[in-house]
Design a protein around this ligand. Structure first.
Ligand code: THU
Length: 138
């Protein structure tokens, strides 16, 4: 899957953003190592704290279908309308990525559109992150 295709899918997912409180619309497209894409949008709530970010929506959809290995995620976020900024994953979403992804291999594509995007490894966004490996002896 080409990075630009993944960004397009994140843009499409952003159209489904349910964000009546913040007006901030986010879409994500998560690529599994087997080549399947799981999309997600942010889903807000009147009680605020149940809000789920686009990235976690995508991860939880995949994991709930038995998929736990991923290679990259594209994220597109901005206030309603045209995407005018790069939206970096929040700390909670970075930690969820840490649970399922190898920080030195998993790529986070932060995009405005298919022409303007930046690519990071998870380890750059969550330096010395705490993950499942920390709970074992190895
Ligand atoms: N949001 C995401 O979907 N992903 C992030 O990584 C950052 C924030 C959402 C949550 C909320 O609905 C809105 O953006 C404003 O914080």
């Amino acid at each position: 899957m080409d990075d630009r295709e993944l960004i397009k899918m994140a843009c499409k997912a952003r159209e489904y953003s349910y964000s009546p409180y913040s007006g901030y619309q986010v879409g994500a497209a998560l690529l599994s190592t087997e080549g399947k894409v799981y999309t997600g949008c942010n889903i807000e709530n009147a009680a605020y704290s149940p809000t789920n970010c686009a990235e976690r929506t995508a991860f939880f959809k995949a994991v709930s279908e038995g998929v736990r290995q991923f290679s990259k995620i594209a994220v597109v976020g901005s206030p309603k309308g045209e995407v005018v900024q790069f939206a970096f994953p929040c700390g909670v979403c970075r930690q969820v990525m840490m649970e399922f992804c190898r920080p030195g291999e998993f790529q986070v594509i932060v995009a405005k559109n298919t022409e303007e995007y930046k690519i990071f490894y998870l380890k750059e966004l969550l330096y010395e992150g705490f993950g499942p490996g920390n709970l074992s002896d190895s």
